[in-house]
Design a protein around this ligand. Structure first.
Ligand SMILES: [Zn+2]
Length: 386
């Protein structure tokens, strides 16, 4: 049993958040005495962290009281920063979106511009909800590069030097007394895809296709971050050619098959493309150039994913990010190229699907990591110790 060593209230909260929410079910899971459990539940009720949610009679016989997270005891802010697009949302404490906004501001505008916009919007949205900064308990942010898990600081070098060593907390007003949680954008997206989008799978690979190509690995139900938070970065594997990549090398996957690459090719043909949204719009209008370039890019990514499928044997590859909204033939080319080449063993049962959460995956994931940080078992046990 994972929690056998701890007798803190945080352990009880973890189980309640996972849906194990009645006294009999909690005792079954924890092996504690009724008295110990009652004390821990009282601590959580007293602190306003949980509430009595109702009666559950799933075990038959006398109905058992059930508990739930007190979702209205505060708010979470979430930010999802992309290459050309940033989304923000305010959620309750169980990550239900209450209000949201977005703008065509992204990575290349730099952290000052992105966070100045986000903070102005949050103040406006909080007022709209009749709330203030004092109601905010957690802030989750998906950033466009690897993050040092120990410090919460963006690692260096980032793809744009403006983001080197950025500490997100420094870009928010001092009067927030909230817990911060920060991770790479595609890892954040993968948290939402695995927990909300595809809870039936424990091993999945999540791609974020926008201007760049991001990849996150969910192994046995958890996002695998690697030694420095950079795991899953396969977009700079060498494919072919001499096209210069944003990383300084030539012929990377990102140089030949990303939104940047498609934009470069389209603009060379005389189009005026700025964002991934422009590419999707052109493709939806039936532009043969856009459709051809998207198909070729999809196939290139599919070939690159053969290695990922062979190394990790995921059950599912989720394609999210704004370029995924182009749909077929981009996605079908990707799927066909992968399945045509993957070895029969890894290919058996492997599916490639568009995101179930669509453009909300990032803000939902950012809210979830803030929720996890806020309700971290050790933190809660410490806070509520009586
Ligand atoms: Zn590269």
């Amino acid at each position: 049993m994972a929690h056998a060593m701890s007798t803190g209230s945080g352990v009880v909260l973890d189980l309640i958040r996972a849906g194990i929410a009645t006294r009999p079910a909690l005792i079954d899971e924890l092996g504690w005495s009724r008295i110990t459990l009652a004390r821990r539940l009282d601590e959580l009720l007293h602190a306003g962290i949980i509430v009595v949610a109702g009666q559950s009679d799933s075990r038959g016989g006398r109905p058992a009281e059930s508990f739930a997270l007190n979702k209205d005891a505060g708010l979470l802010l979430s930010v999802d920063i992309g290459g050309s697009h940033t989304r923000v949302a305010i959620t309750d404490l169980v990550s239900t979106i209450l209000i949201e906004d977005q703008a065509e501001i992204g990575l290349w505008e730099g952290p000052d511009t992105v966070f100045t916009w986000a903070n102005q919007v949050f103040d406006y949205l909080l007022r709209g909800l009749g709330k203030s900064r004092a109601d905010v308990r957690g802030i989750g942010v998906g950033v466009p590069g690897p993050v040092d898990a120990a410090t919460g600081r963006l690692a260096a070098p980032q793809i744009d030097a403006q983001w080197n060593d950025v500490l997100v907390k420094d870009h928010f007003p001092q009067d927030y007394s909230a817990i911060f949680a920060v991770d790479r954008d595609v890892n954040v997206m993968a948290v939402a895809e695995s927990r909300l989008g595809w809870p039936e799978h424990r091993d999945l690979t999540v791609l974020k296709v926008g201007l760049g190509i991001g990849c996150a690995l969910v192994l046995d139900g958890r996002v695998y971050r690697g030694s420095r938070g950079g795991a899953g970065d396969f977009s700079h594997s060498f494919r072919h050619g001499t096209e210069l990549c944003s990383c300084g090398q030539r012929g990377c996957l990102e140089a030949v098959a990303s939104g940047y690459a498609i934009r470069r090719e389209l603009n060379a043909l005389g189009y005026r493309i700025r964002t991934t949204g422009d590419i999707v719009a052109l493709s939806r209008m039936g532009s043969p150039d856009a459709v051809r370039l998207l198909s070729a890019a999809g196939a290139e990514i599919g070939h690159a994913l053969v290695d990922v499928a062979g190394l990790l044997n995921p059950a599912l590859i989720v394609i999210g990010g704004q370029l995924a909204e182009a749909g077929d033939p981009y996605l079908s080319s990707l799927r066909e190229a992968l399945l045509a080449r993957v070895r029969a063993f890894s290919g058996t049962g492997l599916t490639v699907e568009p995101s179930r959460l669509g453009n909300k995956a990032g803000v939902l994931g950012a809210s979830l990591i803030a929720q996890d940080a806020l309700f971290d078992a050790d933190r809660i046990s410490h806070l509520t110790r009586s």
